[in-house]
Design a protein. Structure first.
Length: 89
């Protein structure tokens, strides 16, 4: 276990915020016709689709649930045996 690397999301363009905001990838705007990136994302949007448009449209319970999910992911990452990998960008 000490020789393993644990991570939640990686550098493939799907961030932790995306993990709790979308049910599938949203790479249409980058000009690749949504062909790039991983197809198999085990994500859940908490019942409200993404952050597109006005971010004020999200209901407070959804914002709170997403923030809680991100904290829970970090707790699970840091209490797991092995080396945690945290990346940004």
């Amino acid at each position: 276990p000490w020789e393993s690397v644990n991570f939640i999301t990686c550098h493939d363009g799907f961030t932790l915020r995306d993990l709790v905001s979308y049910n599938s990838k949203q790479n249409i705007a980058n000009g690749e016709d949504n062909r790039d990136g991983e197809e198999h994302n085990l994500s859940w949007n908490c019942g409200d689709p993404g952050d597109e448009g006005d971010p004020q449209h999200l209901k407070l319970p959804v914002k709170v649930l997403r923030a809680r999910q991100m904290r829970n992911f970090f707790v699970a990452l840091f209490v797991a045996q092995g080396t945690p990998m945290v990346t940004m960008g």
